[in-house]
Design a protein around this ligand. Structure first.
Ligand SMILES: Nc1ncnc2c1ncn2[C@@H]1O[C@H](COP(=O)(O)OP(=O)(O)OP(=O)(O)O)[C@@H](O)[C@H]1O
Length: 448
């Protein structure tokens, strides 16, 4: 049996802390595999533990198969949990470890057939009579999974079960978990901070930041239509290029996006999405370009919808099957709060503000607070009103645009290279980080 799980505006407050989980709402279908994804400390494990009943819910409701379940003790929820640290009993053989939940349920049961069937499913029949200390990490995690599935639970809760394993083993076990949960048809909630793992495993992925659910979508939609800049930056490798920009919309001329030293002219007639950008005229926005949205080619080779830029090669990252070229286009990257490993930024040369601008301390405080809630994007020194095109700007971070290319392309550092940007793959986020292009589906009057 597999169950439906609903979290309705669920919050968790620990003593003397802000909400670790803040009004979290999510409906999980029976048999669905949902991944909770987010940076360290965002509240993923707390959500999982509230589903398991290991953590009280401060506010809101948990429903299991539509029934109010906040008060149900963990042992009566028919759920099994797998943790990152395997959590096996060292003095028991692996056979006894797998059979333990069965014996707990019914001490007189001969659990051997069920243990052996489970072990066969996981390919660990040969190690049943050894102890956990005599196993490799991957085998140990299989035993831990065996223990979780032996009782045929109605829900699997997995908290970073692969994070203690090396990359190769992780990939293999990932595939096995996917196959196993599909075969058993058990509702699975899986916690990870690894976006690649989330994207490859989940029927749906729920991205959390600072205890707040940002978006829940299929992996494909999450990549194609991130609802905000945080999701856009969290999903995908290499990280999406996020550039500070301003919409330039003269009454009598072509609309464009001013990236600092260069502009992206919007093709005419304007698409419905691009027309909506007109109301952003003069405001700071964030342009998102994934590494595959730009290619190295001269303007003469532009296809419909492509516009020209140039970039100076900063460095190349050879990846075997492809190469990533890091360009300086004279733009200013937007800084996304709360990502685990922000792009390294070289020191930015600034003029000291004499007119009472925000102090360094205020800016640091602002960014620290953004870890808990608030804006997902930090636009350094936002300048109100339209900005003159190609005006003198403070020095920019050296590399602001990463472009994916074939492995055989050879480029010299410092070379100026023509680029074509495919505007069909242009994302625009407003100054709060919300996606405005492609326009959100719930925008009134836009059906597609
Ligand atoms: N028992 C506790 N008492 C007080 N604060 C707690 C407790 N457990 C968790 N927290 C806080 O709640 C927040 C969410 O923690 P949680 O473990 O759910 O995050 P997470 O996303 O699973 O992080 P990680 O990936 O590092 O495990 C964190 O700020 C954490 O410090």
């Amino acid at each position: 049996m597999s169950r439906a799980i609903s979290l309705r505006s669920v919050s968790k407050r620990y003593e003397r802390t802000n909400r670790a989980v803040d009004r979290f709402t999510l409906d999980i279908e029976p048999g669905e595999f949902v991944v909770l994804l987010g940076p360290s400390g965002c509240g993923k494990s707390t959500v999982l533990r509230m589903i398991a009943g290991l953590e009280d819910i401060t506010e809101g409701e948990l429903l299991l198969d539509g029934e109010y379940a906040n008060h149900i003790p963990p042992r009566d929820r028919a759920m099994a949990m797998v943790f990152q640290n395997f959590a096996l009993y060292p003095t028991m053989t692996n056979r006894d470890n797998i059979g333990f939940p069965l014996r707990l349920e019914n001490p007189r049961l001969d659990c051997r057939p069920q243990v052996e069937a489970t072990a066969r499913m996981l390919g660990i029949e040969d190690v049943l009579d050894r102890y956990p200390s005599q196993l490799s990490g991957g085998e140990r995690q299989r035993v831990a999974m065996g223990r979780a599935i032996s009782r045929r639970p109605s829900v699997f809760l997995m908290d970073e079960p692969l994070s203690n394993l090396d990359a190769k083993l992780r990939n293999r076990l990932r595939a096995e978990i996917s196959q196993l949960t599909a075969e058993l048809g058990v509702t699975t909630v899986y916690v990870t901070h690894d976006q690649a793992e989330a994207m490859s495993l989940g029927d749906r992925v729920a991205v959390i930041r600072g205890g707040v659910l940002q978006q829940v979508s299929t992996p494909r939609d999450m990549y194609a239509l991130p609802e905000n800049v945080f999701v856009a930056a969290f999903i995908g490798t290499p990280r999406i290029n996020l550039l500070q920009a301003v919409v330039y919309a003269p009454l009598d001329g072509r609309m464009s996006i001013d990236l600092g030293k260069q502009r992206l002219p919007l093709p005419e007639p304007l698409s419905a999405d691009h027309q909506l950008l007109r109301i952003q005229q003069g405001r700071q926005i964030i342009v998102g370009l994934r590494s595959e949205a730009t290619r190295i080619a001269p303007p003469s080779q532009a296809r419909p919808g492509e516009v020209a830029l140039t970039g100076i090669v900063e460095h190349m990252e050879y990846q075997g099957h492809e190469a990533l070229v890091h360009f300086n286009t004279g733009s200013r990257p937007a800084v996304v709060a709360d990502l685990e490993s922000p792009r390294p930024q070289p020191p930015v040369r600034r003029r000291r503000s004499r007119s009472g601008g925000p102090s360094v301390l205020t800016r640091i405080k602002g960014r620290a607070m953004a870890h808990v809630s608030g804006p997902v994007v930090a636009l350094d020194d936002p300048e109100p009103g339209p900005r003159p095109v190609a005006a003198e700007r403070p020095a920019v971070a050296l590399s602001d645009l990463v472009v994916r290319t074939g492995p055989d392309v050879r480029l010299r550092s410092g070379a100026q290279v023509p680029l074509l940007v495919d505007l069909a793959h242009l994302y625009v986020f407003d100054q709060h980080g919300r996606r405005i292009c492609p326009a959100p589906a719930d925008l009134p009057g836009l059906d597609a």
